[in-house]
Design a protein. Structure first.
Length: 367
């Protein structure tokens, strides 16, 4: 048995329970979880805004050490340091072969679910096929990536979803270029990385938008040139910084119809609107047929920021190590699985860019 955080029902509490892990299958990997990052997606899964069966163990970004492997596993060995890869790509479909593994048509089969059991016999699902809020996680071989960087566990834990998504959205999906103007709606963990990546790519003006004063302050500290609340005067401020045209890029990092429409309205004709936030299946966005034609804008989604670990993990680590994607000063680290409540409270406070939990460390207060 291992201890894990279990969410029993929609909008339920994160509670620590003992679960029994199945023995590794031939293509599975058992990983000791050394650090796990909190991500808004886990709360969207737990709140029913995204599809998820219950009970489940949240957590899909983190770093760990391989404990044991199934007989057919070839990419990693016991003792290897690995990042979790929630996309779990098959590596053989059309999307994988064309550098779009986040859209893999066979990934669902690699996101193993019923590999944990509660003492009462109920099967427990693993969020995104990972379930990293636990002392150990049993995952498909495709759901781990060898990680040889010297970055600390606390920083590495943030790279597997939010930071990778933000970096990829700006670098690959939108391909921001030097001299361009970008608006980033939502200054959470993903949005802050989008901001820093746009700055690193030479954007002339990066404007952060968030209702939270704490998040706006963080955005400015991490490189945004301006930070605004989503008020009626926002459109004027963006036009003032873009020759009256509107931004070249708008990144929507919230996941609501209202903020997608706002991003659309802040972008110039012919500009790019990149939807990074994972929204609800029932939240509908409306456009008229004429405005889609007349604006000439590109409206695109950014699943995992088109991040390809084999291509992008090295350059991303270089940016982090070089300080262009500064993470250390904006992290709040909690030691021990028993501190999960404090970690959730920290995440909800919005005072930090990222919150990380060390499940196998002795419980001790933050600081």
């Amino acid at each position: 048995m291992v201890r894990a955080v279990v969410v029993a029902e929609p909008s339920g509490d994160w509670r620590i329970q003992e679960v029994t892990l199945a023995d590794p299958g031939t293509d599975e990997v058992l990983v000791r979880v050394d650090a796990v990052g909190l991500c808004r997606t886990d709360f969207s899964l737990g709140g029913g805004r995204l599809p998820q069966r219950f009970p489940f163990v949240p957590g899909h970004e983190g770093v760990g050490t391989v404990v044991t492997t199934g007989a057919d596993v070839r990419r990693v060995s016991p003792g290897d340091r690995v990042l979790f890869n929630w996309t779990g790509p098959c590596g053989a479909c059309w999307f994988c072969e064309h550098g779009r593994s986040a859209l893999c048509s066979g990934a669902v089969s690699n996101r193993r679910t019923e590999r944990m059991t509660l003492p009462d016999g109920r099967k427990v699902q693993a969020a995104m096929g990972v379930g990293a809020f636990a002392e150990q996680a049993l995952v498909s071989e495709q759901s781990v990536v060898p990680f040889t960087s010297h970055l600390s566990d606390t920083v590495a834990a943030t790279l597997g979803c939010g930071v990778a998504t933000g970096y990829g959205a700006a670098s690959h999906t939108a391909a921001v270029m030097s001299g361009e103007t970008a608006v980033v709606i939502g200054a959470g963990g993903v949005g802050l990385t989008v901001i820093q990546t746009c700055v690193a790519r030479g954007a002339a003006r990066v404007i952060a938008v968030d209702p939270s004063p704490e998040r706006r302050d963080l955005a400015l500290k991490l490189g945004a040139h301006e930070a605004h609340d989503p008020s009626a005067s926002l459109a004027g401020a963006v036009r003032d910084q873009s020759g009256g045209r509107g931004a070249d890029h708008a990144f929507e990092c919230v996941g609501t119809a209202a903020t997608i429409r706002q991003a659309w309205g802040l972008t110039r004709r012919g500009g790019k609107v990149t939807v990074v936030g994972a929204g609800s299946t029932s939240d509908r966005v409306q456009f008229s047929a004429f405005e889609l034609f007349h604006s000439g804008r590109i409206l695109q989604g950014a699943v995992f920021g088109d991040f390809e670990p084999a291509r992008d993990l090295g350059p991303l680590c270089d940016l982090v190590e070089g300080g262009q994607l500064g993470l250390d000063g904006a992290l709040d680290v909690h030691h021990g699985l028993g501190r999960v409540g404090a970690a959730v409270a920290s995440f909800e406070s919005r005072r930090f860019a990222r919150t990380v939990l060390l499940p196998n460390a002795p419980d001790r207060p933050a600081g």
